[in-house]
Design a protein around this ligand. Structure first.
Ligand code: PGA
Length: 254
């Protein structure tokens, strides 16, 4: 049985006070949920990680980073290493979020270096994959996603890949209010799981958690989670409101 995993990607939103208040509100709200049954994480902007870790201390909320650099230290102006993230209490890290790929221009090669560095550095990476609208319309979803998963995991042995969570996030559904239908999401998740079985083995595939992301809201989470290969969510907009994020978490433990 895969334990559901729900994570909130705050992107470049909130300020220090908002971040603290959001965690306080969420921790309070989670008291009436059986949080043993789900893994929960938030990814704040770098500068708020420290205070979010402190505020989240006695709650079930783990903290992760939205990005990082693959080198462990040195002359890399503006970058943040996995050691630094661990030092301030991060457990998780996103790799290859669609905004990093399509707005900041990250390549599959760079993303693979980050996934590898996260594992070596003791962080749990979430590798994000997903097709653009024109790629879906051109029926290229399968090719794009297979390529992103293969390249993202390249060179990782079976023992290492078990630290990875995958997140399928169709780019056309991110922040647009358009969600993949539960069946569209399930089809891609099942295809990814089959690919993992081919690249590794069935046991690795059965254990790998695959989150769905893209306009996940309290009103669609339960139906999406009803699909057998959807193991939780990577939530953007709805993770900025304690009530909404809590409702999404509650939907996966029903
Ligand atoms: P969204 O973002 O929930 O606002 O669509 C999801 C994501 O980018 O991870």
């Amino acid at each position: 049985m895969r334990k559901p995993f729900v994570a909130g990607n705050w992107k470049m939103n909130l300020n220090k006070l908002d971040s603290i208040e959001l965690i306080e509100g969420l921790s309070q709200g989670l008291k009436d949920i059986d949080t043993e049954k789900v893994d929960i994480a938030v990814y704040p902007p770098f500068v708020y990680i420290d205070s979010v870790v402190n505020t989240a201390k006695s709650s079930p909320i783990a903290v992760g980073a939205q990005d990082f650099y693959f080198e462990s230290n040195g002359a890399f102006t503006g970058e943040i290493s996995t050691d630094m993230l661990k030092d301030v209490g991060c457990i998780h890290a996103l790799c290859g979020h669609s905004e990093r790929r399509h707005v900041l221009g990250e390549s599959d090669e760079l993303i693979n270096k980050k996934v590898t560095a996260a594992i070596l550095g003791g962080l749990l990476p979430t590798l994000c994959v997903g097709e653009l609208l024109e790629e879906r319309q051109a029926e290229k979803t399968e090719d794009i996603v297979i390529n992103q998963v293969k390249k993202g995991l390249e060179g990782l042995a079976k023992e290492k890949v078990s630290a990875v969570t995958l997140a399928y996030e169709p780019v056309w559904a991110i922040g647009t209010g358009l969600t993949a239908t539960p069946q569209q999401a399930q089809d891609v998740h099942a295809m990814i799981r089959k690919l993992i079985a081919e690249l590794y083995d069935q046991q690795t595939a059965d254990q790998m958690r695959i989150q769905y992301g893209g306009s996940v809201k309290p009103n669609n989470a339960e139906e999406l989670f009803g699909k057998p290969d959807i193991d939780g969510f990577l939530v953007g907009g709805a993770s900025l409101k304690a009530e909404d994020f809590k409702a999404i978490i509650a939907a996966v433990i029903k």
